[in-house]
Every structure is written in structure tokens, then in C-alpha cells.
Design a protein around this ligand. Sequence first.
Ligand code: 6XA
Ligand code: ZN
Length: 343
Amino acid sequence: MKVFFSEDHRLHFPQAELSGGQFVTPYERPSRAEYVYQRLKQQGLRDIADPGACDMAPVRAMMDPGFLAFLETAWDQWKAAGCAGEVIPAAIPARRMQMARPPRNIDGLAGYYCLAQETAITGGTWGAALSSMASAQAAQRHVAAGARSAFALCRPPGHHATADMYGGYCFLNNAAVVAQMFRDQGAGRVAVLDIDFHHGNGTQDIFYGRGDVFFASVHGAPEDAFPYFLGFADETGAGAGEGTTANYPLPPGTGYDRWSGALDDAIARIKAWGAEALVVSLGVDAYKDDPISFFKLDSPDFADAGRRIETLGLPTVFCMEGGYAIEAVGINTVNVLEGFLGA
Ligand code: 6XA
Ligand code: ZN
């Protein structure tokens, strides 16, 4: 399986993440990607290429122009306003406030485009987000050219980002752009299968009203887990998209038996629906020792999950999402890929 990976992910490493009322070193840190990279090489997955530049056309076609301009200039605006630290807005529009008027003030503007305040923007964030997207796009092109599968070692991750909001460590939704690229190139029906511990609210939101992209997610129940406000089982799509969203929220302590039952159901739904290409949002934070999650998967379970995903028989792009048990992130991620490959 060919891997796409850009060293530019290192450009994004905020000093601070807001967690439990404290600023801590971000869980989403560069060493995560380094561990995956090392493990890939160790296991003989050595066909690793730099993706080159991000193609902005599919990004611009999907994302809100004001949001993209904000991400690109947020750091400079923040510095110009005399702010000393990293970009973390104080206020986010809440119930009954105006959503149609982006503020001029950069603190207000950041709040306008933010969905969760743990995620800081730095001078390197935009470049890293573009490099992450570039890896996803290169993986998609590789599969579109005939390969059965490819792995985009994306960092920062993407599945929480909507067309106009960042947060949950995500800025640009890599998986959503990959799905749309398959559609643009002629696939009639594309599925996104999100196995990250957290609900892929951004991907769901982008495709919620559409009948051509199926979104399935197995995740920590929103009553108990970030992103808290989306990912319930009764969210099934709207309008033309009715029936093309499938959520499997699961409670604290969920182990592989129950988790894999949900995965099997999601796979069956995708198969019955008739997807022609598959994008996997590959987070490994369902791992038992993940510091911010509450499922109980063990390392061999990830290989088994990869085997099950393979049974769909579809052209498949894997996009890296979360996973924070640093050393195990490499093992668990590569286990999914090896399971898929039947290794
Ligand atoms: C921050 C939780 C962010 C979760 C990020 C993640 N309070 N998403 O791993 O998949
Ligand atoms: Zn996650």
C-alpha cells in the first residue's frame, strides 16, 4: 500500500491546548505522525512519498471562502492586533446570537469560525493543514489511477472540520475532500467510514443533505464524548440525504465485541447502498489506553477491523485522524492497514 506523508505537518505544534481548565501540551502533537511513519517502515510499508502541493480547487469548491481566508490570515491578524499568544478565541456564538455577520475583530472572527476552543492556531497551522490535505489528495489520485488502496498519513486531522468551522484539532476536512474528488471523477456513490473514537461531525455536516455520499461513524456517545452536540443515532440525513448517514454511538467501556458489531453493521449498510469507493477516517483513539477516550480496543483488534473493512472490496483511501496513546498509535494504525492487506 502506497503511503503519502509530508514533513510539513511539523509546522503545526501549538504550545497549548485547553484541557480540564489548564493549558497542556497538545495531545495532537508531531510525534504521533513520527511514530506511525517509523512503524510503517518497520513493517515493510516503505513506499512512502511526499504528496507535493495541495490542489486548492477541490478545497475551494467545498469550503466557505471566508473560512479559508480566515485560516490563512488568522495568525497575522492576531499578531497585528497585539495578541501575545496563539489564536484561541474567547467567545463563540451561542444560542440566539447572530450567525450571519462575521466580526471584523480577529478574536470575534476566530470565535465565529471555531467549534471547540481546545484547538490553537499558530503561524504554521495553515501550511500544515495544506500539507495534510495534499497527502489525502495524493492518496486519492493514486487510488483513482487504479491502486486498490492508499494511506494518507494526515496531520493535522480533519474529520471535525466543517466547510466553515475548525476545532477538535482539525482545520480542513481531508476525508470529505477525498470523497468529493471520487465523485467529481465519476464515482456515482462514495462512502466515508469513520472509525475514529470521536464522531466525525464535520464530515457528517458536509454531506448531511446529499444522497451521493454515505457517512457512517462508530464513536463515543455524544452524551459522554466530544464533540457532544452531534453523532446521535437518530441523525440519519436530511432531504436528498435521508438514510445516508448512519451513526453508532457507543457507551464508556465499549470493547471490541460490541464495537465490531457496530462496524459490521456500518459495513453492511455501505455494501447494501452500493458504494463504488470508500474513504476511511482512520483514527485509533478507540484504543484501551488512549488518554482522552473510553473504548477498550486492543492492538490486534485494529488488524481485525482492517480485515473487515477489506471485505467491502472497494477502492479505499485511508486518511489518518486521531489517536493519542503515542507509542501505540503507530502499531494500531499500521495494524489496520496490514489487516486490510491481509498481511
Ligand atoms: C478535545 C477533544 C478533541 C478530540 C479530537 C479527536 N477536547 N478527534 O481525536 O477525532
Ligand atoms: Zn478522535
